[in-house]
Design a protein around this ligand. Structure first.
Ligand code: SAM
Length: 268
């Protein structure tokens, strides 16, 4: 049967092999080729569902050189499905380079709904607001992580993290602000799935007591904005108690995570 589209973006399970749609299996069976990150990973899925379609590699190191091959292949009337090792392609996985070229060449592209660690995680974290910002994997240095948190502290910031970095990242965030509330989703849809929501100190203690394994999605909850009028009131009370300006600045900036210069402006 001739399919309606030339190129299909197909999500695959993020842990539990049953988390794939009937339509995804149908498409993977019917396309002419499957572009995958690691054929050993994808082949296990294909074997499980008795999918005989051939795979070619498509990963971040050969993205550019694969583009011409795919374009020519599709122009010959063939169809392609793109999958990643797990979850939705292009969510922290390759695909962007290829997709922008396909769009420039008016190739008919569609994406299938399906498994993704971000949505699986968020759909079981109660939040006061719908708003969130997904920042992918955090940058490497402590300064970059602190700056990113500073930029996003008033929104729910969602990120991916690896087991060998998670504890260091949590400690960096704690150094930035001790009052962060955080949610962690570990090993979603797998045997040892764990969801914890707690203050950052308790989460650090939780993970300090055992070897850290598995895959992680995390969210720092949005901080409440401290109103300026509120702060002025608190500063006046501290002044009445004869705290020195330097002490007031230290106390208020620690408790309410407000820039010290802003406090100095309110002091006089
Ligand atoms: N494309 C994938 C998706 O749709 O979620 C994400 C790929 S990214 C290279 C891999 C990262 O996603 C992992 O390091 C981890 O942070 C997160 N992740 C993937 N599967 C997960 C799971 N089952 N539980 C928690 N986090 C997961």
């Amino acid at each position: 049967m001739r399919r309606k589209f030339d190129f299909y973006i197909v999500p695959t399970p993020i842990g539990n092999i049953s988390d794939i749609t009937f339509r995804a299996i149908e498409v993977l069976k019917e396309v002419d080729i499957i572009a995958c990150e690691d054929s050993r990973v994808t082949q296990k899925l294909l074997n499980h569902y008795d999918i005989k379609t051939k795979c070619i590699s498509y990963h971040k190191y050969n993205e550019k050189e694969r583009v011409d091959f795919m374009l020519n292949f599709i122009k010959e009337g063939k169809t392609v499905a793109l999958v990643s090792d797990a979850g939705t392609p292009m969510i922290c996985d390759p695909g962007s380079v290829l997709l922008s070229e396909l769009k420039k060449n008016n190739i008919k592209v569609t994406s299938l709904p399906g498994a993704c660690a971000v949505t699986t995680f968020l759909s079981q974290i109660p939040r006061d607001t719908e708003e969130f910002k997904f920042v992918g994997f955090l940058p490497k240095s402590e300064k970059q992580i602190s700056d990113l948190y500073e930029e996003n502290k008033y929104t729910n910031m969602v990120f991916y993290e690896s087991p060998n970095r998670i504890l260091k990242t949590l400690k960096t965030l704690q150094n930035k602000n001790q009052n962060i509330k955080i949610a962690i989703g570990r090993e979603l849809s797998k045997m040892f799935e764990e969801i914890i929501t707690d203050d950052i100190q308790n989460i650090i203690e939780h993970f300090s007591n055992s070897e850290i394994k598995g895959e992680f999605v995390c969210m720092t909850f949005a901080q409440e904005k401290t109103e300026l009028a509120d702060l002025k009131d608190k500063i006046s009370k501290l002044k009445e108690k004869r705290f020195k300006s330097k002490e007031i600045t230290e106390i208020v900036s620690t408790l309410y995570d407000v820039n010290k210069n802003d406090i100095k402006n309110l002091l006089y």
